[in-house]
Write a protein that binds this ligand. Structure first.
Ligand code: ZN
Ligand code: ZN
Length: 618
């Protein structure tokens, strides 16, 4: 008999060699019906997994993200099966679950029309009704590649060939007439995917790389019950009204222009004003906390990035000016981070223990060559401005300074109204990462993560752990935020770095006269300005808090004879530092009020014969 420790701490004895599904059936029929996957010793596994060891055993239902993702991934196979039934010539690319549902990429002659999407939905309904069982099987890499070639699936062949190097068997899932290369986990059958909706059909480059072919991506979402889907779609409609990518454009905060480039937003006067106000405030706050402002170049020769490790670990993420392979000519790159530049300020002369901590900060424009498929309004961009700090300190100052950074970030996020919806993630390296993404030794990483974990526990920070989310030089505390559609991104990050100081020879002379290496904290205080603005537009549905509103007050004179008074009043308010306009168009008051409301002006005053009075807040 095996001992399974369940989530509530109770221990259950089961016979050796049963599948997880059978064990759950034994626990209860209701739980079996709801189960999507299991966690065995903390690792997400398929319900088909045979249990042959004592373990911690947790059943994941649709209520958990892991359960949802298994459910959605199965739904994505149903989508692909329906497409293959209706459009046999369609080639399959990838179809993962994401945080907000799932998608599948197809190579088809032309994108699916609205009518075709309805047909696909109808076919999916049939597949769910058929209640087809999903079976998992494996093939050797050579057989798998031969099979996929025979099936005429070039994208799957490409994926399979990459896995083949590992020499491990290749996993497939089959449901009736449809088979997909897939690591799982999956539901046992198509039957539970009762309610779903195809949300949109867009273009997406194969592997997010614009050098590759443009594929057709269908985004969708699925639920066990129709009522849950309805509720979700209703929320989605509400979210659309707040979506900064729509509202921010309508309110003229920003725009994008095709021939300027993706991920390169043009900030219009309103958006620029908000960012200016945020920036002045942040720079003052940082100064109050003993920070020294620097201004360093936006690009450097590759020699700098070679020392910092960016050239080895981050080249794909950088915009390179010149031929990176030609060593006979100078080659530059736009900066993706400020660190190696700011270190030169510290290195300007010999430092002693008395100079530390040295808190350097910069309002810094950065460039990152993100995949074009990732671009989204002001949230995912290729050029952004961020208040980036590097604190160079003695080991004994680490906890105190980390605390200061965390307090600053919390204060800033609280002030702009975003803190209460933030979550914290302790982002760690992945010791098994095959991509060789990280600098430093196992011992250095373990030490940095131990120290950071200890500090977080001391400070009582509640966090989740993100494996393989660290920076290449150290672990991070990431402050995460979700946009209106539930997609999560990092807003603020605080990182502990025990590696880069050595690379740059940043020694200081300690009390005992010895040369020692400092620790470095990399931190942002508010997060990048563009992203913060996007989240604020969504959070406040376009009605900025008064202190940040690009236009705080609008005066609406009723008749021509009131314009002069309105203008005088505007001048007076402007001289007091308020941002005021007068709407003196020759028009009725009705449309003027409507315009003011639509533009989310915090205060609108109507000015007539007798008096002026506040009419509305948006
Ligand atoms: Zn799959
Ligand atoms: Zn940095």
């Amino acid at each position: 008999m095996l001992k399974l420790t369940l989530k509530d701490g109770s221990v259950r004895e089961v016979e050796n060699g049963q599948s997880a599904a059978d064990i759950i059936k034994g626990i209860g029929a209701g739980l079996f019906k709801a189960a999507c996957c299991v966690k065995i010793n903390g690792e997400v596994k398929d319900l088909r997994t045979i249990i042959d060891n004592d373990c911690e055993f947790e059943v994941m239902t649709f209520d958990s993200l892991d359960g949802k993702k298994t459910f959605w991934h199965t739904a994505s196979h149903i989508l692909a099966q329906a497409v293959k039934r209706l459009f046999p010539e369609a080639k399959l690319a990838i179809g993962p679950a994401i945080d907000t549902g799932f998608y599948y990429d197809f190579d088809v002659e032309k994108p699916f029309s609205a009518d075709e999407l309805l047909k696909i939905e109808a076919e999916m309904k049939k597949i769910v009704k058929e209640g087809i069982a999903l079976e998992q099987f494996e093939m050797s890499p050579a057989d798998a590649i031969a099979y996929l070639k025979e099936q005429g699936e070039p994208y799957k062949v490409e994926l399979c060939e990459e896995h083949a190097d590992k020499g491990e068997p290749i996993s497939f899932y089959k449901q009736g007439d449809f088979t997909d290369l897939c690591a799982g986990p999956h539901l046992l059958s198509t039957a539970p995917v009762k309610a779903f909706k195809l949300l949109s059909c867009t273009g997406a480059y194969w592997r997010g790389n614009e050098k590759n072919k443009m594929l057709t991506r269908i985004y969708a979402v699925a639920f066990p019950k129709a009522s849950e889907l309805e509720e979700h779609l209703k929320k989605l409609e509400e979210a659309k009204l707040r979506d900064h990518n729509k509202l921010g454009r309508e309110l003229e905060y920003f725009t994008t222009v095709d021939y300027v480039g993706q991920g390169l937003p043009i900030l219009l006067p309103k958006g620029t004003r908000v960012i200016q106000l945020l920036q002045r405030w942040i720079e003052d706050e940082e100064q109050k906390r003993g920070c020294l402002l620097t201004k360093t170049p936006l690009m450097a020769k590759r020699d700098l990035y070679r020392i910092s490790g960016h050239w080895d670990h981050y080249l794909d993420g950088m915009f390179v000016l010149g031929d990176p392979t030609d060593e006979t000519k100078e080659c530059f790159a736009l900066r993706p981070m400020t660190c190696p530049f700011q270190y030169q300020v510290y290195l300007n002369r010999q430092r002693s223990y008395r100079d530390l901590p040295m808190r350097l900060t910069e309002t810094s424009t950065l460039f990152r060559n993100e995949d074009s498929g990732e671009m989204h309004g002001l949230i995912r961009v290729r050029q952004f401005t961020i208040s980036e700090g590097h604190y160079i300190l003695r080991p004994d100052q680490l906890e105190e300074e980390f605390k200061g950074c965390l307090e600053l970030a919390k204060y800033c996020l609280d002030t702009v109204g975003l803190l209460e919806d933030c979550t914290f993630r302790f982002s760690q390296w992945d010791p098994a990462n095959p991509k060789n993404k990280y600098e430093g030794t196992k011992e250095q990483w373990e030490e940095a993560q131990r120290v950071m974990g200890q500090i977080l526990d001391h400070l009582g920070v509640e966090y989740t752990v993100g494996i393989d989310e660290a920076a290449f030089y150290g672990p991070k505390l990431d402050i995460q935020y979700k946009n209106v559609f539930g997609k999560e991104d990092t807003l603020v990050t605080i990182q502990i770095d025990m590696l880069l100081a050595e690379k740059f020879g940043m020694y200081y002379i300690d009390k005992d006269g010895q040369k020692k290496l400092p620790y470095i904290i990399h931190r942002t205080s508010l997060g990048c300005y563009e992203r913060t603005l996007a989240y604020m537009i969504e959070h406040f549905a376009g009605v900025m808090p008064l202190w940040l509103a690009p236009e705080q007050v609008r005066l609406l004179p009723i008749g021509e004879q009131h314009v002069e008074y309105a203008q005088k009043l505007a001048d007076r308010l402007t001289s007091l530092g308020m941002r005021v306009t007068v709407d003196s168009r020759d028009d009725n008051i009705g449309p003027k009020i409507k315009a003011s409301r639509l533009e989310r002006i915090p205060y609108t005053f109507i000015i007539g014969d007798k008096e002026f009075f506040q009419v509305l807040k948006p």
